[in-house]
Ligand binder design. Structure first.
Ligand code: FMN
Length: 308
């Protein structure tokens, strides 16, 4: 299965603005979808199920049937108590077109999402996990490759995409340092259907990130990105200046106690006080509106296509 025509016809670029904890909210999703790129947000960015339902209503009302579809992200094993059920019920009610699952096995919810006509895309970083997700029945695999913002894999897309394509003919999505229209085209040439961009969308007017965070994205270079499991308890990329700002030494970070169990000094938390970004920061020099960013990337994409 490639991308259904009902989705493809509504895209100006074959891309998804990836879900980012504390960064992606309704304004970014709406601006992204209206610009013709799939917009997404982590369900947990809405603090309660009531707020989540309000966000969904706003997104659906303001994007309408012709904009690109939106996606909701569920970090399955990180959702507490009945939180997953509560939020999931709301997605069922609104027939959310795309659910992006991460950290956990999506097998138990895939059938239900298909029943309401939705697609399931799942985050993986290795061939082993890609095979498990295919067995769970997902429609799309998101290959989170080296250099991606947030929790990232260690494999280069040049190795991973072709290996996964060899056994998976579903929707293939690739992530890791993609910040330009030319790189989106490169992802397609490698064999992906869609590119997945997080960091590039932090520096946009509609992102919920605070101004200092956006400015740091403009200033930081690729060599400033630190790949470590010390901050969240799983391997992830963070900006060196952000580590320094809270008094952490990138060369001497505390060892985590286990997955999702970092061992940081009091008051320091991943994502909130230590800011994440991928290696694509080295290409980001402005903080435009999402509409302008998509226009600029579309021009870059088209000029790359013209060189085929
Ligand atoms: C600040 C930040 C927060 C993130 N939060 C999430 C999240 O809540 N759920 C998720 O599935 N991925 C999350 N990610 C990963 C992105 O969805 C995506 O895989 C990644 O940003 C792509 O790489 P790029 O940033 O190099 O474009 C986050 C990334 C960043 C930079």
């Amino acid at each position: 299965m490639t991308i259904p025509a009902s989705i493809k016809n509504r895209l100006t670029l074959p891309a998804i603005a990836a879900p980012m904890f504390l960064v992606s909210g309704p304004d970014l999703v709406i601006a992204t979808c209206k610009a013709g790129v799939i917009g997404s947000f982590p369900a947990m960015n809405a603090r309660t199920s009531t707020e989540f339902a309000d966000w969904m209503t706003k997104i659906i009302e303001e994007t309408g049937p012709y904009a690109a579809p939106y996606a909701v992200n569920f970090p399955l094993s990180r959702m507490k108590g009945g939180q997953l059920d509560d939020y999931f019920d709301i997605c069922r009610k609104y027939r959310t077109p795309i659910i992006i699952t991460s950290v956990g096995n999506p097998a138990s919810i895939v059938d239900e999402i298909h029943d309401w006509g939705g697609l399931v895309f799942h985050d993986v970083t290795t061939v082993h996990h890609a095979k498990k997700a295919v067995a769970a029945g997902v429609d799309g695999l998101i290959l989170v490759c080296a250099g991606a913002g947030g929790h990232a894999g260690a494999a280069t897309p040049f190795a991973l995409v072709e290996q996964v394509r060899a056994f998976f003919d579903g929707i293939l999505i690739v992530a890791g340092g993609i910040s330009t229209g030319r790189a989106i085209r490169a992802a397609e040439v490698l064999g992906a259907d869609l590119a997945y961009l997080g960091t590039r969308f932090i520096a946009t007017k509609e992102a919920m990130a605070e101004e200092d965070y956006k400015n740091m994205i403009l200033q930081e270079e690729t060599q400033d990105i630190v790949y470590t499991n010390s901050i969240s308890g799983l391997p992830a990329n963070f900006m060196r200046s952000s580590l320094q700002a809270v008094g952490l030494d990138a060369n001497d970070l505390p060892k985590p106690e286990g997955p999702f169990r970092p061992n940081l000094p009091d008051g320091i938390t991943a994502w909130k006080s230590v800011w994440s970004a991928g290696q694509g920061v080295g290409l980001i020099e402005d903080s435009p509106s999402t509409a302008d960013l998509v226009l600029q990337m579309t021009a870059e994409y088209q000029s790359a296509c013209a060189m085929d």
